[in-house]
Structure formats: structure tokens, C-alpha cells
Design a protein around this ligand. Sequence first.
Ligand SMILES: Nc1ncnc2c1ncn2[C@@H]1O[C@H](COP(=O)(O)OP(=O)(O)OP(=O)(O)O)[C@@H](O)[C@H]1O
Ligand SMILES: [Mg+2]
Length: 505
Amino acid sequence: MKSEPLRLRMEGISKSFPGVQALKSARLDLRAGEVHALVGENGAGKSTLVKIMTGIYPDYGGLYEYEGEPVTFRSIAEAQHAGISIVHQELNMMGDLTVAQNIFIGRESTTFFVSDKELNRRAQELIDEFDIGVDPRTLLRDLSVGKAQMVEIARAMSFTQTRVLILDEPSAALSEGETADLLRKVEQMRARGVSVVYISHRMNEIMQITERVTVLRDGDYVATMDTASCTVDEIIRAMVGRDVDQAQKTTSQVPADAPIALSARGLTSARVTDVSFDLRRGEILGFAGLVGAGRTETMQILCGADRWGTGTIEVDGRPLTFTHPRQAINAGIAYLSEDRKRYGLVLNLSVTDNTVLASYDALSTGLVVHTKECRTVTQRYVDALKTKTPSVSQLVKNLSGGNQQKVVLAKWLLRDVSILIFDEPTRGIDIGARAEIYAMMRELVAQGKSIILVSSDLTEILHLSDRVVVMCEGRATGTLDIAEASQVTIMELATHHAQHSKESR
Ligand SMILES: Nc1ncnc2c1ncn2[C@@H]1O[C@H](COP(=O)(O)OP(=O)(O)OP(=O)(O)O)[C@@H](O)[C@H]1O
Ligand SMILES: [Mg+2]
């Protein structure tokens, strides 16, 4: 094994931005045809390291060797020419161009002389190969985040000269089915001798497809381990520097006769049929199901974001109808959308501005905003959630992906509401920071607030929920007490309908 030549080697890599030392002494080496996980907490420096690798940041300290030679890539084009492709954490495509145009952009040699028809035909081939199921003529901005991500991955994988492929949290916006497709594609790339860098916070994916794992902490190299001979707990300990409790909740502390904070009956819309449930005060009610089961759509009816939704909703025993999200907010319901990249943040504003954006009413008199108070409040949440930022005045666009998520969370936690709906709250958030967010949620319910938790992460559902509503194909197929809930009982209910309808076909 030892004599195998390295495809790429980075050592002692440092990089700073104004006020932030993103990397101190990072290290990573890649063998030919291996899948190598790069892990670490939010802000550890993963994205920065791979941006150096691909020529986005040409200024840095340290050693970078590619195919045995020292290199400095001055641009993405240079790195790509040498065979290094990247799929970024943030979507990086042109919304106003079609899927086909996006796939072939920057490949003038192929696009310049090629008709639209030919372009679409080639794109269709790729779309079929990746089983994405979109029309190549669709504008990119009309796709769901997951589909757009699949298009970007297909694009990066289609460069024939690719020898190193970097995927920066590729699965964060993908459904289970799409993720499974992606993992199969990664296997195929490996089989072709491509070296893959796989950045993810999802330990099961890492255990499944990687040969080795490199851990970064606070811009420093911690360790590189053989995946086959280490455990998830060992990886997490290397990332976080301590043990993290991931155990399942076994019994609910909420008394069965606790007052009902919210009651929903017969919620129905285009994609949801007759969903009913009660949320008790002080309870965390989990919503589990496969992607597309209708959980987000149910929440949208609940908070007035779906104009065509019907059904009855009672808050503290009072019947209410919401035709606009503002009415739900006034009734004390806050909805943290799953699509935060699009709706949650103003990237060119500071951490403070983003945090207090939704709470200006409470923090201002007339037109005067109490700046100092805003900063103090924001600092409190930065501390509580351990958001990594040099100060509360930092622009949000300069934070790492996971830390941006924490700002969105703070914004919603700050609102004084009694019912909070969290839709995939920890997507893209590292395991250590999750623990902080979980603690915050427990504190909220201890104060008498109630939480609905929509999550595709069963570990998270089982760790936090008092009861679990399981949905399948737009219907609630069952409600489980946490004492009877498990991966197996939930998955049975989550696929119940699907199996049933398949059998009857
Ligand atoms: N352009 C920039 N300007 C200023 N600071 C930056 C910039 N890019 C990154 N940083 C800072 O550098 C540190 C490392 O960020 P990076 O994006 O590499 O983290 P990451 O490991 O990818 O985290 P995540 O898991 O949240 O995506 C963070 O503290 C971040 O705030
Ligand atoms: Mg990142």
C-alpha cells in the first residue's frame, strides 16, 4: 500500500481572511481511486481547503503537490484543466440558463459550434444516465434545490479529464433516493480511478463509501483514519474533541393530560390528505417520513403559506384560519422553512441585522432601532449556539455554511412565539453544534413552548421527540409514543402506503 503514488498532497496549509484565520496547518493527501471523507465542525475550514485545491483562493501558505509536482492554480479553469472538478456547498449555477446550458457552460470547444438541439440531446443523455428526470430545456431556477444539485453533480462528473472530484456537502439537499443514486455514481467514479473528496456531516454516508477520513478542527489537521477500522464515535470525538450524546429518548416527560397547544383536523391540500394531530404544551412532536411524504406541505397549510389548504386549526382552543403567514405569526406560530438558503438570510447584511430582522418591532420604538440592544441580543445567541464569527458585525456571506444556518435559527429563536415549527433544522450543521441546538430546543419546551420537528434524520427524531407522527404519500399513517418508536416502527409506517399501493398494482 505504502508505495502507491499519491495523486495529491497538501501539507501545512494556512489561509486567513480579514479577522479570521480559517486554516492554520491543514493537511490532506489523496490516493488514486479512493473516496476520502473530509470532516470537521462548522467553520473548521473544509470548504476553504477545497477552494484552495481548486484555484479559487490562489493565496495561501503551505505545500501543494499534484501528481508529484508542486503546483499553484490561479483559477478554477486552471485546476479544472489539470483534472480537478468541484461541486460547491452553495449552488453555483445560472438560474436564467437552461439545464443543458448550465451543464455545458465553460466548455466552449463543445458549445460554440453546437446547435441547441444537439446540446439538449447531449444533456438528455447525461440526465438519463443520472436518472434526474428533468427536461434539459427547463430553466435552472425552476428546479427544486435537490434537482439543481443533481444537475450540478452530473455536470462535474461529466468532465472526461476529471482525476479529482470534490463534493462539498452534496447530499444536504437531496432526498434518500437521490442520495442513493449519488453514492452509486461516486462508486463508479472511483472504479474509473478518480479520487473523490467527500465532505459531509452524515456519518452513515461516510462509513458506507469512504476508504479514509481526514478530520480538521479549527483550521488544523487532527488525524487521518482508515474508515474500515474506526467507529463513528471515534470520528466524532476527533471532530469535536469530546463525546456527544446521541442516544434515543426513552420516555416522554410530557403528561398525557397536558393542555393542547395546537390541534389540527383534516388538513388537506393538493399534496396532503386529511392530516389530523394534536400538539401538547411543552411537547416536541416529531414528523417523520420519506422526502415527498407531505410533511413540509402539512406545515405550510398550518402556517397559512398554502392558500389552497383546508382543514381546521385551533390554537389554545380557539379556532383560527390562516390565509397568510403573518396571521400565523400573530397567533404565535413561527415556521422555520427547510429552504433557508433561499428565504432565510440576507447575505450582504451582518449577523446582527439578520438575527433581529424579524424582531424589529420588539427592538425599536417608532423608527428608532436600538442598535446596542440588537447587538447584545445577537451576541447572546452567538454564544449560546457557538456560532463561529469574528464579531456580530461580520457579513453573513463570510460565515461557513453551517454557521449561516445558526444565524437563521437565532433569528427564529428570538421571536417570542409559543409554537415553533422547525423544518430540517440541523441540515448542514455539525454534530457538536447539533447538541447545542438540541439543548436550546429542550429549554424552549421546558419554558412551556411547543415544538413541531420535521426531520429526515431518524436519529434526530428519536433523540428529541415525545411523540412521532409518521407520514406517507400525503397521509398520516400513524402516531407513535417515543417509548414504542424505533427506526423499524417508523420506517414501517413511512413506507406502508407505498408498499401497499405497489402490491395492488
Ligand atoms: N470569504 C471569507 N471571508 C471571511 N471569513 C471567511 C471567508 N470564508 C470562510 N471564512 C471563515 O473561515 C472559517 C472556515 O470556513 P469554511 O467555510 O472553510 O468552514 P467549513 O468547515 O466548510 O464549515 P461548514 O461545515 O459550516 O460548511 C470560518 O470561520 C469562516 O467564517
Ligand atoms: Mg463548508
